[in-house]
Design a protein around this ligand. Structure first.
Ligand code: MN
Length: 245
């Protein structure tokens, strides 16, 4: 098995190092990741400047671009083979519910999925890297499952509670929950007295009911949500057609 690994926390992040170390014994791996933290970059591609690919001492490739850039460049310009799987993460912090729209971790996986390659995004629920070894071991086990029962390509979003391996509960299939709207921006001034803004935190969970990613991880389960990309609001199509008639 050949696996392309990326992330949005940057190629130096503990999460991608742990993921690469966990997958190296079971696959041929190549790491292509951003040169710096690009969390929240969603599916953006860099179109206003050229991109460069560098190689670190540990063999990881890093790019002065976004997670989507990394996977896009790897698949179309760097790799001499087509990977069997794209794996992203392990992200520092959860990507649940509406987070998936903003997440660079999910985006790296999505870019592979858009090229027809199965892809899995991994995130730890809490920031701080606690029990990263357990998350990496869990990620390897999920990769090894191969998911032959679901149609390829698949796009799976995995969230892992920060628990010791022995305390993690089974992996369960979930749907995305929903968050309340985001917190307001934080308004402050720079050293020159000019007004500046920091984007505030995501909203708290709103739909965290049974069956959601929020619910599963709160109970200590590993959450796996199958994602799709078609944003069409099918239920509104007919009403819109009538409105336009
Ligand atoms: Mn991140």
């Amino acid at each position: 098995m050949k696996i392309l690994i990326s992330n949005d926390d940057g190629y130096l992040a503990p999460g991608i190092v742990a993921l690469a170390n966990a997958l190296a014994p079971i696959a041929e791996i190549v790491v292509v990741a951003p040169d710096s933290n690009r969390s929240g970059s969603s599916n953006s591609l860099t179109l206003d400047r050229p991109l460069s690919v560098y190689r670190a001492e540990n063999g990881f490739y890093f790019v002065n671009g976004t997670p989507s850039d990394c996977v896009h460049i790897a698949l179309t310009g760097v790799l001499s083979f087509r990977p069997d799987l794209i794996v992203s993460g392990i992200n520092q912090g959860q990507n649940m519910g509406d987070d998936t729209l903003y997440s660079g971790t999910v985006a790296a996986a999505t870019e592979g999925y858009l090229f027809g390659i199965p892809a899995i995004a991994f995130s730890q629920v809490e920031k701080g890297w606690a029990h990263l070894d357990a998350a990496a071991r869990t990620a390897r086990e999920i990769v090894e499952r191969r998911f032959d029962a679901i149609q390829k390509p698949y796009l799976l979003n995995v969230n892992i509670p920060n628990l010791p391996y022995g305390d993690l509960k089974s992996a369960v299939a979930t749907r995305l929950g929903k968050r309340h709207q985001s917190e307001a921006v934080i308004k402050t001034t720079d050293p020159h007295g000019r007004e500046i803004f920091w984007i505030g935190p995501a909203g708290a969970a709103k739909d965290a009911g049974e069956g959601t990613d929020f619910h599963a991880t709160a109970k200590g389960h590993v959450s796996i949500t199958p994602l799709q990309i078609d944003l069409t609001h099918t239920a509104q199509l007919d009403a819109l057609k009538k409105g336009l008639a």
